[in-house]
Design a protein around this ligand. Sequence first.
Ligand code: HEM
Length: 543
Amino acid sequence: MDKIRQMDQHPGFHAVMAMVILPVALWEVYGVFRLASSPKLPTFSLLLHAGLLVLGAKLLATSFRGYNFYRRARSLGCGTVPVYPHKDPILGLDLVLEAVPRLKSFTAIQWISERLAKYGTHYHKTLGGEWILLTDEPENIKAILGTKFDDFPIGGPRLLATLPILGNNSVFTTNGEAWHRNRAMIRPAFVRDQVADLACFDKHTSNMIRRIPTDGRTFDMQNLLQDMTMDSSSDFLLGYSTNMLTDKPAPGADIFIRAFHLANEECAKMGRIGTLLFKLPHKALYANIKTERDFIRSYLRKAAADRDERMARGEPKKRSYVFLDELLDEGHAEEYLMDQLLSVMIAGRDTTAMAITSTLWYLARNPAAVKRLRDEIANLGAQNPTWEQLKNMRYLNNIIKESLRLIPPVPTNSRKANKDTMLPRGGGPDGKQPVLVPAGQAVRWSLMSMQRRTDIYGPDADEFRPERWEDDGLRPGWEYVPFSGGPRICIGQQFALTQISFVLFRVFQAFEAIEARDDDELRLQPNLTVSFALGCPVAMTPA
Ligand code: HEM
């Protein structure tokens, strides 16, 4: 723990600083007046003294703010918070240098957990010198997302990362009334009837299974799953599939998917590094965003034209359920509709692909779990499962819970305090005291770290053991929130869980074994969500 930063969280420190700075600042005021009134104006000296005066005033204001803030923290019983022992406490460049090898070895997300295990809830700096409060305390996450929801709107790095792609009208980039409106518009798409309709999942899962090599060859499961979730989400959202897993992909689909991926990657980088990078020009990013929006726009126009044609022919307006058709009925402007479509696509496609990939990554290392899962599937015969049957498959559901615990597809997230507020944990020597969070402070939390805490999940917290969920032995609250919690809880949770369980069911109906074909180290690429940096190479044995 950094002693200097601990010291400067004491109001007395700021009072002493103010007392030291004040006479120097007053002396500079006198100096500036003296120079300004001399007959021959010494421009250089005048500028130098004026600069020092501005600096002094800034330092003085910081000390007064610090004094008031820490006095208030003390009076409210808040403790001091550990600060990362930066070698460069101004710009935080040391942390950036440390991050480089972790990013190169694809272990940056695990590095966050290591820092949390070492310092607990703590402050660190982003490139450019902005402080971020980092936590993995369930009580803090509950406060940010639930009990103090209004104090922690979307802002800071989280907003920076999504604004360029999603625009100002997305459920992910709005707060308050606008967010309520956007959420209310999306929600009906995920009511029980739509979620329980397995026809769309069935079509695209079958296409995927046909592509799995049956001769024991190594292939990348992640690639297949990303194509499959893009095919199914474009089908569900637009009514036209990218069809990447068929012999006739939609024209331009490959270019769209590449642009989609590159734009997400670049935006996530901006969110990670902070405002400094955000302010640089990003020609390639905006070119990719244009490509993806043009693709969505062409389908939006096609859907509107098809709908008009059907109406002109006197046919019913609707095909089977399509998200876009519902939005078209509400008569919104085109750009607004695109923001909503891209939001739901980004929210649902990579997250679901990652959840299935990581489950298969673990199953490829746990043949006993595969055997138990296949026995459970065999009990239901050779048919496609119904929604109710999937919901009642206990072992399958425990497998999914366990992989979402170990690798939540949204492993870290953040918000920005909109006023001085408090979090219940992280302060004081044992981290059990509350923490005063000043207005404008970015707060980041790590689900991956929290969901692997040994004090919550036991000494084998890092191990994949679906059995830990058996007989309702484990019923965590805010200690397990892969779909988030509070008013902004994931709208697509049931939709995603249905698709994940359906795909796993069908895969292990058709195949009896899965074998890992890479080393055991978890190498993760953080983007807006997370993915396996080197893919998920496996081989499968047909049943
Ligand atoms: C395993 C798959 C998924 C995971 C782990 C997941 C996780 C999450 C998380 C953590 C959030 C909160 C984000 C925040 O507040 O900053 C979220 C929000 C959201 N998710 Fe999901 N999600 C998944 C699948 C889906 C799917 C399939 C859809 C829709 C097709 C979807 C739609 C949404 C939407 C619209 C929100 C925004 C809610 C709001 O801000 O009010 N998600 N999801």
